[in-house]
Write a protein that binds this ligand. Structure first.
Ligand SMILES: Nc1ncnc2c1ncn2[C@@H]1O[C@H](COP(=O)(O)OP(=O)(O)OP(=O)(O)O)[C@@H](O)[C@H]1O
Length: 609
């Protein structure tokens, strides 16, 4: 195992974890955030209020009644030797306990239900918001860190919403009731005991800040573990292929250990609340029996009142203790809510303009006008791109790796906005139209075909959710996917998993063709779509593509130049600039970069064979 200290244990070669999770550590307690959280309770307040009030009144009254009944039982029944009265009081006490139990039981069940609804709303809001965020947001974050916020962070709100809020109200009312009763039973004795409360608050306040930081630290460490876990599982093939399992295990062990220590630290601090309450409670009892005994001797209070006091004090520390615990819970929830709202406040970089209109059915005329684009400041990925594409034309984008081919496509789909210039589609600047109406008319088959968990049929239907089974099969047949699908154990109903592990690369690409065909877009983008299909399948695909591309504006990024020969226009990119345009014959005649690329590919193929 690596010899690493706690502070840097999880850090070796770990730049990928230095994302914003570390930045929330030093923020002060934010009441605005608490208010914001309370908005989630708002829709249920009307429903909740009567129940809370009734159960609160019942719970408080019954709680306060017991010590009072004990005082009566001792002074008026036991000492006075009135057994009939004693039986009556005991029966009333039993009734009071039953009412108390029923009220609490109902409240807990009811609040659990409301709490779950709030969590459901919060999680849905967060998920919906994340769905709207732009590629830039995901470029900056490992998938695991996003995952943690939707799962762990939302979960940690559970306690706050299920019982926390109501318990605080009940405890505060109970506390107030007990203080009033203690003072009305005997002012001096009451004051002597209540005086211990500020002492307790003083000590516990100093703990609060540390506890809050400790829980934030736990969340950060957990987020790192989840991020790493996510990467490890996604990259397991690479890890095993490079026999890096041991390295990975050691690395994980380091993170896991740091997480354990961070958790221990937070819970230890949390636990220190309990003893503070106990010690203060013990001081209260000492005062009661020391000072109370002298009051009994002088006849200022009865023995019954002293016992009543003792029971009230028991009940007095209980809500204070719970309030302390609740405070810790609140701090945990605050740490998580900061992280949740940080995402919620994230604005999509590619935002829909207020004046955005629905893009009408397009023909597919596209104009890239003086485009400059950079992913990172001062590192342009595209410079001065001017390109006109007529409706129905097929355009091939070629160039060395990193020359900007995919970036052009990213701008056309409005995954990013250009730093300068505009993309004009049928006379509309694409920033002036709704994103949904734009993307629904631009189909894309990405290099990295993503297969969702579900059936093959569902995966094809992703292109058009209301497509009939016949339409799904027709699309599959058109791209020659039907044959392999019907040979699967359950045909179109075969379940595939995330990343499509039961399918070969070629099969996945065929599925994504079917998906794109079903969507029937006016503009179709194929990003290296034929790169991993064998020669026989490729011939089939070429046939299908002819039909698929018919009458659509299409962009094809293919490294194998043989596949784009028949394109109407070939655009050669280099370092983010357009260097040449023309059809195959024109560019070959020109003997420029394209010619060089073709020569190089021929040389490579003949050397390989
Ligand atoms: N998300 C990103 N964040 C930062 N830089 C990026 C990002 N995506 C691409 N780049 C950079 O932008 C430049 C153009 O990348 P692009 O993906 O468009 O190239 P490409 O021609 O499609 O390459 P390839 O043929 O390898 O797919 C490259 O220098 C690349 O490193």
């Amino acid at each position: 195992m690596k010899n690493i200290t706690d502070d840097n244990k999880a850090k070796p070669n770990n730049e990928r974890f230095t994302y914003q999770d570390d930045e929330v550590m030093e923020k002060p307690f934010d009441w605005g955030q608490l208010r914001r959280l309370s908005h989630y309770l708002k829709p249920y307040t009307r429903q909740m209020l009567p129940i809370i009030i009734i159960t609160m009144v019942l719970g408080t009254l019954t709680k306060l009644a017991i010590p009072f009944l004990i005082t009566l039982a001792i002074d008026d029944a036991l000492i006075a030797g009135n057994s009939k009265k004693l039986i009556t009081i005991v029966c009333i006490m039993a009734g009071v306990y039953i009412v108390q139990w029923l009220a609490n039981n109902y409240r807990i069940r009811y609040m659990n239900n409301i709490g779950q609804k709030v969590i459901y709303d919060l999680r849905n809001d967060l998920f919906s918001h994340i769905q709207q965020l732009s590629f830039r947001f995901f470029d900056k974050r490992p998938a695991g860190s996003v995952l943690v916020r939707v799962t762990n962070d939302v979960n940690s709100m559970q306690d706050l919403f299920t019982n926390g809020v109501v318990n605080v109200l009940i405890d505060l009312v109970q506390l107030l009731g007990i203080i009033i009763i203690l003072l009305s039973l005997n002012v001096k004795l009451g004051l002597a005991i209540i005086v211990t409360v500020p002492l307790m608050f003083l000590v516990s306040t100093s703990l609060r800040k540390r506890i809050r930081r400790a829980w934030q630290d736990v969340r950060t460490k957990q987020a790192r573990i989840n991020s790493h876990l996510n990467e490890s599982i996604q990259g397991i093939k690479v890890t095993q292929a490079f026999t890096q399992e041991k390295e990975n295990i050691d690395y994980f062990d380091g993170m896991n250990d740091v997480n354990r220590k961070s958790w221990n630290n937070a819970t230890a601090l949390n636990q220190s609340f309990g003893p503070i309450i106990e010690v203060t409670g013990a001081i209260g009892y000492c005062i009661l029996f020391w000072y109370g005994a002298s009051l009994v001797q002088s006849g200022a209070v009865t023995i019954g009142v002293l016992f009543g006091f003792a029971t009230y004090i028991g009940n007095f520390w209980e809500p204070i203790n719970r309030l302390g615990q609740m405070y810790s819970q609140l701090l945990i929830a605050m740490a998580s809510s900061e992280r949740i709202f940080e995402f919620m406040d994230e604005k999509p970089n590619v935002a829909e303009a207020n004046h955005a209109v629905k893009l009408p059915a397009i023909k597919g005329n596209i104009h890239f006008e003086d485009i400059v684009f950079e992913y990172e400041k001062d590192r342009p990925a595209l410079r001065g791109i001017n390109l006109k594409v007529r409706a129905g034309q097929s355009v091939a984008l070629v160039g060395h790796t990193g020359s900007g081919k995919s970036t052009i496509i990213n701008l056309l789909c409005r995954f990013y906005d250009p730093v300068q210039g505009s993309v004009i589609l049928d006379g509309h600047d694409i920033r002036d139209v709704t994103i949904e109406s734009l993307r629904s008319q631009v189909g894309i088959v990405l290099q990295d075909t993503f297969i969702f968990s579900g059936t093959i049929r569902d995966n094809i239907r992703f292109g058009k959710l209301n497509a009939t089974d016949e339409e799904v099969e027709a699309a599959a047949k058109a791209v020659h996917a039907h044959d392999f699908i019907v040979n699967l154990p359950q045909g179109y109903d075969t379940e595939v998993q995330e990343r499509g592990n039961v399918l070969s690369m070629g099969q996945r690409q065929l599925l994504s063709f079917a998906r794109a065909l079903l969507a029937d877009p006016r503009v179709l983008i194929l990003d290296e779509a034929t790169a991993s299909i064998d020669t026989e399948t490729e011939l089939k695909i070429q046939e299908a593509l002819k039909t698929l591309l018919q009458g659509r504006t299409s962009f094809i990024i293919a490294h194998r130049l043989s596949t784009i020969r028949s394109c109407d226009n070939i655009v050669v990119l280099d370092h983010g600039r357009i260097m040449e345009t023309g059809n195959h014959d024109q560019l070959m005649e020109h003997q420029g970069i394209y010619y060089g690329l073709i020569q190089a590919q021929y040389r490579f193929l003949s050397e390989a064979s």
